[in-house]
Structures are given as C-alpha cells and as structure tokens.
Write a protein that binds this ligand. Structure first.
Ligand code: ACM
Length: 488
C-alpha cells in the first residue's frame, strides 16, 4: 500500500515539475532533465543592446523572481517566421532565439509566464519551438457606446500583449459618440463626443491627437498594431449631429443616447468624400499600421432611397441599387486610402454590393461573408459572433439584450477561423481572427474586464496554437495556474 502512494506522489511531483504553463500553448515543447535555479543568478547581469544578429545578454524582471540572465540570440531560422522564437532552458543558461524583435518579445513573454506560473520555483529545463498559426490575432474595443480612459486602453493593450494578441482594433466612431480629435473638423468632438442621457446628465469623452500618439507609441513598444475604425456610411449620427450638411436630410440631430441601428446616413456627395479625405489624412498620420477600418455594417438604406441626391449618384454611375451605392461610397474612400499606402477593412456587409479586390473583409454575422470574400481572392478576418462577440454573456451571466447569445469559454476555445469547404488557395486568405467587445451594456472598467477575461485567453490559444495541439482540459489547468499568480 505504501509503495503505491509513493509512486503517485512521485508521478505528481514529476508532472508538476515537467510542465511549462503557457497560454497560448506553444507548438512544440520538449521537457529535459533538471532545472534552472533563478535565485543563483541574481545580480550577475550584464545589459547589452539587442537588434543585431549575435548573442546578447540582458535581463528582464519578473514580479516574484527579480532579475535573471537571459541570452537573446537573433538568428535566421525560417521555421520561426516573423513572430516565432525558440526558447531553451538548461541548468546553466536560458537562450531565446528569434528572427525579429517581435519573436524575441514573444519568447520573453513565454519565459515570463513559465516563471510566474512556477511561483518562484526553479524553471524546468526545456526546449520550446513556437510560432503562431495565424498572423492576425486581434481584440476590438468599442469606446463609442461607453468611453474608456487612456489609462484603461493602455492596460487593455498590456493584457492583449501578455497573451500574444498582436492587433488592437479601436472602434472610434459610432452613432453614440465620435471619440477622436480631428483638427480640421473640431465639432466632431465638441458636439459629436457628447450626449445627453435619459437622466439629463451629459456623457462622453474623446482622445486628443496627443493622447492617440501616446497610445500608438505604447502599443508599438509592446509589438501591438492598432487598427482605427472610422464608420461609414451608417453608424454616423454623432458626426451628422456635428455637421448636419454631411447627411441626406440636412436636419439638425442630437447625438443619440439609445442603442440599435439608426436611420441617419452620410450623403454620397463630393462634400462628404472631401470630408473623408480630410479625416483620413489625419488618421493616416496618426496610425502607422497598414490597415484602416472603414465600417460598412448595418447601414440602412431608407434615406438613400428617398434622397434625390443619392438617386442621382446611382443613375449617373450606372448603379443598380442602394447596395451598389454603398460599394461605390466605400470604394471611393478605399481608393483614397490606397493612394496613401493604406489598405481598407470593411465589415461583412461589404460583400453585398460588389467587392473591390483589395478590401479586407471582417466577417461578423457568421463565416459566410468571409468565405465568399476568400473565394473572391480577398484577405479575410473571421470574427463570427457565435464565437467571438465578447459583449455576449459568459457562462452564468444574464442576457442583457435580445441580440445576444450565451458565449461560454469553451465555445471561444473551439473557435477555428478556417471555414470548411474552401480550396487551399482560398483558405490562405484567412489571415486570422478577432473578438469584439461592444459596450452598449459595458459601462465600467470592471465590466469590461469581466467580459474580456478569461475569454481572451481562449481566443489567444485558438488563433496561435495549431488546432490539433489544442486541449481544453489542459488549457483550463494552465489558465488556473497563470491567473492564480497574475491576479487576473
Ligand atoms: C457589428 O457587430 N455590427 C459589426
């Protein structure tokens, strides 16, 4: 009887010691004999610059463990690609090898998670080779329905970075608020950033261009690209409240304080296209990434149907209907962005009225619009609401709006951006996936955190780790270990 117990203890301590606990799960992990004792090396650190091929010594700090020696090796290793890394822990050294600074950073995050989840114990020797399955791994945040401070945006970025999410999609304009300073059109924020709530209080806020620059720089240091979203042609009430001449009716509007799809829509006039060129000049100067999101979802066509100006644009350009007018509208803005070296992204509805060859499609209702776009040869991001809408309730939470469905952690974990039935060449256009955090019912930082965690960790693993290496039970075990030591 005693013997059996001893064996179980041995196995338990062996498994405890012979695992590394990382989210997302690395592609290849080989455990080795022995462990690296961090405490022996405290203080013995030399800091050199990194950035060139060669060996560098530096140190990073881990909350519980202080300083430790780290060899950073810039290499040319095809398998690792732009974001991959190799991390080797032996009894007397830790080496991170990568082709790029991003790869080095990803290796450091993995090491940090191993140390954190190990709670100060020696790190088990291992050899990890790791790289992402998908190059686009994003989290979105709607700051229009409710506004979130610069400090929260930074902490959001930190949290994404910790799970190797590499893109932050910032939803900056919508009916209920325009949240980014545009110097040429000051009323967008003087008027469009503020609304009167049911209880008569004034609600709102916006980011100045200086604040935007600060956040973009903050994200860059963490290897996160920001994609700003400027909505058109619908979801535009806040802009039209600021400048009614941009609308179809010209009528005075107030910034709405209720949710749902609004009828007001930009007019397809030269004045409006000039407005967007001016806005995009400022947006492109602020955001260095390749992509600018230009919306395109839920644009009701009633005002275009009854507007003589809209109808004359349809006639003049030989368009068949208002869906084609939306394509014409968005394609004009897209071409302007292309002329500035940028690429446009549109929500799934953009496949309806004719799809330009270069528009990247973000498929949200399901994977259908994305599949259609991929077959057409367009790049695609999958964000199907059944798996990726983090405004929907977590397990056990109440459903707050009729459009919501329950979205438990396990369902997010099962997300695979690749739809079935695509040819290999169409499937290559699926760049990755994204989860959204719409904020109609998310008012506070605490509520935002609650919607985000732990689902963002499941998203991260679904996009990084090869489907065949995913294991939900093991993910839950790692999640428990990591969260118990990081305070999430
Ligand atoms: C969306 O959820 N309307 C993109």
């Amino acid at each position: 009887m005693k013997k059996v117990v001893a064996i179980i203890i041995l196995i338990q301590s062996f498994t405890c010691f012979s695992q590394v606990n990382v989210i997302p799960q690395p592609q290849q992990v080989t455990m080795k004999e022995g462990a690296f004792d961090l405490s022996k090396l405290q203080g013995k650190t030399i800091l050199l610059d990194s950035g060139q091929i060669g060996i560098h010594r530096t140190f990073i700090r881990s909350g519980s463990s202080g300083k430790y020696v780290l060899n950073l090796l810039k290499a040319r290793n095809i398998e690792l690609g732009n974001e991959g890394y190799r991390l080797r822990v032996s009894t007397d050294s830790i080496i991170i090898e990568a082709n790029t600074d991003t790869g080095i950073q990803n290796g450091k995050i993995t090491l940090d998670q191993i140390i954190t989840s190990n709670n100060g114990n020696p790190i088990p020797c291992c050899d990890i080779t790791d790289f992402p399955t998908y190059s686009y791994r994003a989290m979105h945040l709607d700051v229009c329905r409710h506004f979130f401070s610069k400090e929260f945006i930074k902490s959001y970025i930190d949290q994404l970075a910790y799970f190797k999410i590499n893109t932050f999609h910032w939803h900056l304009t919508d009916d209920q608020g325009w949240r980014i300073e545009i110097k040429k059109y000051p009323k967008l924020t003087e008027t469009g950033a503020w609304r009167i709530e049911k209880d008569s209080s004034r609600y709102g806020g916006f980011y100045t261009q200086d604040e935007i620059k600060e956040i973009v720089a903050y994200a860059k240091e963490r290897f996160i690209t920001i994609i700003p979203e400027i909505e058109m042609p619908g979801h535009s009430s806040a802009a039209l409240a600021a400048y009614p001449y941009l609308g179809c009716t010209g009528r005075a509007l107030t910034v709405p304080s209720t949710w749902g799809i609004k009828n007001d829509i930009y007019a397809p006039t030269d004045t409006v296209f000039k407005f967007f060129e001016d806005v995009m000049d400022e947006i492109c100067a602020l955001f260095p990434g390749r992509y600018i999101h230009i919306g395109g979802d839920e644009a009701p066509k009633a005002q275009w149907k009854s507007s003589p100006i809209a109808q004359s644009v349809i006639k003049k350009n030989d368009l068949r209907n208002e869906e084609e007018l939306q394509h014409y509208f968005m394609h004009r803005v897209e071409k302007y962005l292309n002329s500035k070296g940028k690429l446009a992204i549109g929500w799934g509805e953009v496949v309806k009225g004719g799809l330009s060859d270069s528009m990247l499609v973000m498929s949200w209702m399901s994977k259908e619009a994305g599949s259609k776009a991929a077959r057409h040869g367009n790049d695609v991001i999958m964000a199907p609401r059944g798996y990726c809408y983090f405004d929907y309730p977590q397990e056990g939470d109440p459903i707050k709006a009729i459009w919501m469905l329950p979205l438990p952690l396990k369902k997010v974990y099962s997300f695979d951006p690749k739809p079935k039935g695509l040819t290999a060449s169409a499937a290559n256009h699926i760049l990755g996936g994204e989860a959204t955090l719409w904020t109609e019912y998310v008012k506070t930082v605490q509520e935002a955190q609650h919607q985000l965690f732990p689902r963002v960790t499941a998203l991260a693993e679904a996009l990084w780790t090869k489907p065949g290496k995913k294991n939900y039970n093991d993910f839950q075990r790692r999640l428990q270990l990591l969260t118990s030591h990081t305070g999430h």
